[in-house]
Design a protein around this ligand. Structure first.
Ligand code: FES
Length: 353
């Protein structure tokens, strides 16, 4: 069963003219369900304009604070983010799925490392959680953040970042880049792209000194940062990234490379089997199963969040867009149900893994 709970909103703080931080109240009896690791996200569900919508937002708080807070930036024509930014208020309640997501880092008191984070805009949200938790739990570790925005007014969590700098002056540094604001350092005026990252690596930072890197932002930033960091000597396996925006819209016919054939398949959820008919009209296994009443977990429907992941127990499926599963997970048989179609009869998918 997809686990949503209705949680009260304890507080809404305006971070920038178009972004808020929302603190959710987790009752004692639900605390175990809402335990999270730094970097994970929450899926929120609401009826807006007569339609049920779901969106996932990264958790910005640290699990060490015993607080559950997300950051939500209003995107142009974003119905959900607009609703959250303009209509929700403290004291309201909203349906929230238990924390999901594979992006992030679990710090350990016996570990020490030198870490790099690269964010643009609201991409700071999961990184703030990772940075704050790591600095608190790994007392010898260091973090450097490269954070790009259009202007200083658009910087989310500026106060929280300043607090971290004050608390860990020797172990945390931030390089702010502004694309539409002048800087005393010309290198820090402009967007974070491949050339700028290379220049920062040449002039200000030695990327090869970092043990791990975390990136969150739009696709172009992620691609450029991966290339720049790998060229500087950080192995791909030590670079973790989270896309918050893709150039594809939800259900963008991503699985159309698979020949559309009508099939029957079986899904296993909560230990129970359900037969599903997949028609040629169904974009994905997820769509077919939902049409037939299954209550499967999903959020983005765009291959980004991995909320819909399941394991292929029998048969073959073809997956379209995948921004979230790692190669070893695919090797182990995991697929994204929002991006997959069966290649024939006899497919069995396990959603309990
Ligand atoms: S629902 Fe997000 S990847 Fe499938």
């Amino acid at each position: 069963m997809t686990v949503f709970h209705r949680l009260n909103i304890a507080d809404i703080t305006r971070e920038t003219p178009d972004a808020v931080a929302i603190t959710l109240q987790v009752p004692k009896e639900l605390r175990d369900y809402y335990y999270y690791t730094p970097g994970q996200h929450l899926t929120l569900k609401a009826r807006i304009g007569g339609e049920e919508l779901r969106r996932c937002y990264s958790i910005c708080s640290s699990p060490l604070e015993m607080r559950l807070q997300i950051g939500v930036k209003a995107i142009p024509e974003g119905r959900f983010s607009g609703f959250v930014n303009t209509q929700l208020k403290a004291g309201d309640s909203i349906e929230v799925m238990v924390p999901q997501g594979q992006f992030g880092y679990q710090p350990h008191p016996d570990t020490s490392g030198n870490y790099l984070a690269i964010a643009a805009g609201s991409g700071i949200t999961p990184l703030l959680s990772i940075i704050a938790t790591t600095l608190q739990q790994e007392t010898d570790s260091q973090f450097t953040l490269i954070y790009g925005n259009r202007t200083s007014r658009g910087v989310m969590f500026r106060e929280a970042l300043t607090d971290l700098k004050n608390r860990y002056p020797q172990r945390f540094q931030v390089l702010y880049l502004f694309s539409q604001e002048n800087s005393d350092i010309p290198l820090l005026k402009g967007r974070i792209d491949g050339e700028r990252l290379k220049d920062i690596g040449r002039i200000l930072l030695d990327y090869s000194a970092f043990d791990r890197a975390f990136i969150c932002g739009p696709e172009s930033l992620m691609d450029d940062a991966h290339i720049a960091l790998e060229q500087a000597g950080i192995p791909a396996g030590r670079i973790s990234s989270e896309r918050f925006n893709t150039t594809l819209s939800n259900n963008d016919k991503a699985v159309d490379s698979a020949e559309r054939i009508a099939t029957r398949l079986t899904i296993v959820q909560d230990g129970l089997e359900q037969e599903i008919e997949m028609s040629t009209e169904d974009n994905s296994i997820l769509d077919a199963a939902m049409r037939q009443g299954a209550d499967l977990p999903y959020a983005c429907k765009g291959g980004v969040c991995a909320t819909c992941k399941c394991k292929v127990l029998a048969g073959e499926v073809e997956m379209g867009i995948n921004y979230s599963l790692e190669p070893d997970q695919i090797e182990a048989g995991f697929v994204l149900s929002c991006q997959s179609r069966p290649k024939g009869d006899g497919v069995v998918l396990d959603f309990d893994v």
